[in-house]
Design a protein around this ligand. Sequence first.
Ligand SMILES: Cc1cc2nc3c(=O)[nH]c(=O)nc-3n(C[C@H](O)[C@H](O)[C@H](O)COP(=O)(O)OP(=O)(O)OC[C@H]3O[C@@H](n4cnc5c(N)ncnc54)[C@H](O)[C@@H]3O)c2cc1C
Length: 452
Amino acid sequence: MAQTGPQVGVIDAVVVGGGMAGLAAADELASRGLSVQIIEAESEVGGLARSIVVGGEEIEAYYHHIFPQDRELRDVIERLKSQERLEWRPASTAVLDAGRLYRFDTPLDLLRYPPLPFAARMRLGLGSVVVLLGGRGRRLERQKVGQAGPRWFGARGYAVLWQPLLEGKFGPYASDVALAWLASRMRQRASSRKRGTGDRLGYLRGGLGRLARSYAEDLAARGVTVTCGVRVDSLALQGGTWRVLAGGHEVRTRAVVACLSGEKLAGIAALPEPYLRTVSQIPYRGVVCLLLELDRPLGRYYWTNLIQRTELACLAIIEHTNFIPSERYGGRHIVYLTHYAEVGGRAWEASIDQIVAAVEPALRAVNPSFARSWIRGAHLTRDRWAQPVPLAGGPMPRLPLETGLPGLYHASLAHIYPDDRGVSLALGLGHRVAAAAGEWLAVSSAGSTATL
Ligand SMILES: Cc1cc2nc3c(=O)[nH]c(=O)nc-3n(C[C@H](O)[C@H](O)[C@H](O)COP(=O)(O)OP(=O)(O)OC[C@H]3O[C@@H](n4cnc5c(N)ncnc54)[C@H](O)[C@@H]3O)c2cc1C
């Protein structure tokens, strides 16, 4: 068991999960003077933002970039004195449709998009402005994008542009996703343009996995116990104390802050019926991501959305080294192929060779000379709990941080709504859930002092 920091009898709080939300939760609790232990199942902290090594340099197992509005993340970067590693670079976007690549960086590119007739482009552009101005109203939370989308964006524009992307991300749930989610996604890009960085996105040199490790080291230096490589097997409340069973050891604590998916939490704790029912109504998609190391560049764009379907429904080709120079990775050109998948389905089970074969027509459309001999290394990463589905009328907008059990608090990707998941939002959520737990601890301590 890799562990740092001191341990005591009954501690104030255990944080389950050392992803970005769990690290921020521990930070918040420690800053309130509470004794805290983080328990992380993997050998390192970082969760979905963890890194692997390519060409001697760390890089995220899943592509990650930073938006200018990612305030919580920028704050952590500054506090950990890593700001000299944060860089802002142009990040070009394209769409691949029926074997042809179209640049898609600005609203003007949408208005010029050749696969759509002029009237459909205008309708799509107008609908996008109206949705963007439509705010965060509850109205959009209840509207299914499959029904509302054609009305807002025009049937043709929706079918040609949005529907394939939503299907790639949410599969069978695509039509039932809330329009509020799509509006928030559109706002995210529009807002980063407004902040004056144009099409520049941020990247933290050396990857976010390294930042997560520095964060854990900083927490350990402040007295937090950080335990990695140990899965929490069960959480049980006995006589007002939580017994946390992890890797054959028991930790006793007054409060637990669980920073993982609802279904995972339900697997280790007997959740009260209303909360269990609520979290069970949120479907999750898994992610299967293949990172290819090529010996030469593939195309010229950073991010290419695939409107044309590949055999295993690849959503995007992300050429990281069209964003960050390949010299940093020993001259390797890095391409991520991303698939959101049903667990147990064909994409979920696929081998590296099967994925490359399925995406090859799209890789050839990006660069007709592409050959498999260009591939010098490949890394396949899968996560079961990668993307909650924000169903219209579903429970995500009002998912509580309290589980209904005294001292058990919960934060997951599904608690972020209507925005899509993100490192900065996970950090903010971690602070919020820990603040709620910290207040509960303060009130319950005051209560027990009063009875003494
Ligand atoms: C393909 C992909 C691309 C992304 N791109 C971006 C991007 O460009 N920019 C951005 O900001 N965000 C991006 N994200 C989202 C971002 O990575 C997540 O929002 C964020 O990392 C979530 O952090 P978290 O702590 O909430 O959850 P997680 O990272 O899922 O952390 C949960 C942790 O709990 C641990 N755990 C689970 N069960 C147990 C147990 N029983 N005991 C102990 N530990 C347990 C897990 O090992 C994990 O470390 C991307 C995500 C994916 C999947």
